[in-house]
Ligand binder design. Structure first.
Ligand code: ZN
Length: 257
């Protein structure tokens, strides 16, 4: 699929009208980036967008505006730009947004304990769905994450194995929204835990609890999975003071201005 490369009066009017309606709140490149974004979402990875002069003509804007628009689309992770090839639709995996959102969580005034409350709400139900919907591949991946976890006690890779278990759990839920929401939460956790002297609070408990969750999911028992996951997260919550490290101190500092 390709974008319509012809110059149409309709597009030219649409962009200038949208920009003037939005007044000074949104700059022209942003309006154009929003418009192109909608079209890019209909395209496939690797598809090429019209060239800079073609876009300038179609939307009745300068090439400088098109260049600025391209920069914004690159920032959003939607396209890549290579010299001579122009813009190409990038593989969009939401990593950029997850990082940004993870940062937003870190900068919020919420406490670490409150983040754990959010996890409790999300992940307990997630585990239940995973028990009902997981595939054999999910189960294999969960088991492998747990093997990595138990063999990495006391090393730097423990954290990766811990969080990757929770990411696979989200995938196993069969609902793609869980993965999208869990990723920024995990990105936040990763940053907090990496600098927290209290992490992991009780590594051997983490391993055992993860195994209990995986066993329940293997058995296809949703209520057991829910119970096992809640048990795991509530124990972590009891250690939130220790695990938070400097995260809560920083949040309090921001809140007090
Ligand atoms: Zn865990």
């Amino acid at each position: 699929m390709t974008l319509d490369k012809s110059s149409t009066g309709r597009d030219v009017h649409r962009i200038s009208r949208m920009a003037s309606e939005l007044g000074s709140r949104k700059r022209l490149p942003e309006v154009l980036a929003d418009t192109l974004q909608e079209e890019i979402l209909q395209l496939s990875v690797g598809d090429r967008l019209p060239t800079e002069p073609e876009l300038a003509e179609r939307f009745g804007v300068s090439r400088t505006v098109v260049r600025e628009t391209a920069r914004l689309l690159v920032q959003r992770g939607l396209v890549t730009v290579s010299p001579g090839r122009g813009m190409t639709v990038a593989e969009f995996d939401g990593r950029l947004i997850a990082d940004q959102y993870g940062l937003l969580l870190r900068l919020s005034e919420g406490s670490f304990e409150q983040l754990l409350e959010l996890r409790l709400v999300l992940e307990v139900e997630m585990a239940m769905f995973a028990a009902a919907r997981r595939t054999d591949e999910h189960l294999t991946a969960l088991r492998e994450a747990n093997r990595n976890l138990s063999s990495s006690i006391g090393t730097d890779t423990f954290l990766d194995a811990d969080l990757s278990f929770h990411e696979i759990l989200a995938q196993a839920s069969g609902n793609p929204f869980f993965s999208l929401v869990i990723r920024p939460v995990n990105s936040f956790l990763r940053k907090v835990y990496r600098t927290s002297p209290g992490y992991p609070s009780e590594a051997s408990h983490t391993v055992r609890e993860h195994e209990e969750i995986a066993d329940a999911i293997a058995a296809g028992d949703p209520s057991r999975a829910r119970f096992a996951c809640e048990n795991h997260l509530r124990r972590i919550m009891r250690h939130s003071d220790l695990l938070a490290g400097d995260a809560d101190k920083a949040a309090r500092k921001r809140a007090s201005g």
